[in-house]
Design a protein around this ligand. Structure first.
Ligand SMILES: Nc1ncnc2c1ncn2[C@@H]1O[C@H](COP(=O)(O)OP(=O)(O)O)[C@@H](O)[C@H]1O
Ligand SMILES: [Mg+2]
Length: 251
């Protein structure tokens, strides 16, 4: 059974239709990368998936449960769908450790000491055990984003949505974040909006190219990069490849 099924999603803001019928499925432990021009609805799609902004039409199924159903408990869903934001969204008044443990306590109702232990495990997993007691202001952008990833992982989600996780980072900090993401491949389902073509090419099981609120083309990276069916896809990949390089940033 697919871990995530997105069925014919429509979303408008005012009179402007942003998503015009988006459908795809994700298998357990699959990594999918979404690419597409700015303003095309990629972030909107992620927010429709975790119900941060519910779609106007269409359904989202998580582990066989229709989460777009208004009767579904939204808090239960948020536990199962991790979200990693472009601008980190950390609590600036809390330490790295507390940023990770707070969800375990408040949402998962795990006792304080156990939550702390678990949070430290996740920080260790992203290489930040030594920074556990530091505040976001004392961390680099790459470290902040790794705290964001640890926070998502701590909830033991079925799928993690990444919205341009490296776009706000200085180039020399991108590699560490991508390395952490790579280390998660095959362990949890990941849906990643990114311009990092090296990551897309080497790590994704499938690439989805979105434009104008629809999926234009999708397929395995090998096919998409060397043998895309549509001229539009080839043109976009060529342009983005020239901008962001085909080599992975920072190794
Ligand atoms: N909350 C909102 N209210 C009104 N318009 C929005 C809102 N969020 C996004 N949009 C518009 O929807 C379009 C798609 O945005 P977005 O999903 O952020 O695109 P992408 O992530 O692909 O760059 C843009 O034109 C954006 O201005
Ligand atoms: Mg976006």
């Amino acid at each position: 059974m697919a871990v995530l099924e997105v069925k014919d999603i429509y979303k408008a803001y005012g009179n402007v239709e942003i998503l015009k019928g988006v459908s795809f499925t994700m298998e357990k432990e699959e990594t999918k990368v979404i690419i597409g021009p700015s303003g095309t609805g990629k972030s909107t799609l992620l927010r429709c998936i975790n119900q941060l902004s519910p779609p106007d039409k269409g359904q989202v199924w998580l582990d066989g449960e229709e989460i777009t159903n208004p009767k579904t408990n939204i808090n239960k869903i948020r536990e199962k769908i991790g979200f990693v934001f472009q601008d980190f969204n950390l609590f600036n008044h809390l330490t790295a450790l507390r940023n990770v443990s707070i969800g375990l306590e408040k949402v998962k109702r795990i006792e304080k000491e156990a939550a702390k232990t678990r949070a430290l495990q996740e920080l260790t997993r992203v290489g930040l055990d030594a920074q556990a007691s530091q505040y976001p202001a004392q961390l680099s952008g790459g470290q902040k984003q790794r705290v964001g990833i640890a926070r998502a992982l701590a909830m033991d989600p079925d799928v993690i949505l990444f919205d341009e996780p490296t776009s706000a980072l200085d180039p020399e900090l991108i590699g560490d974040v991508l390395d952490v993401m790579k280390s998660l491949c095959g362990k949890v389902a990941m849906l990643v909006v990114t311009h990092e073509m090296g990551f897309a090419r080497n790590v994704a099981d499938e690439i989805i190219f979105m434009e104008g609120g629809v999926i234009v083309e999708q397929g395995p990276p090998k096919e998409m990069f060397t043998n895309a069916k549509l001229a539009r896809t080839r043109e976009f990949l060529g342009r983005i490849g020239a901008l962001y390089g085909e080599e992975e940033t920072g190794g």
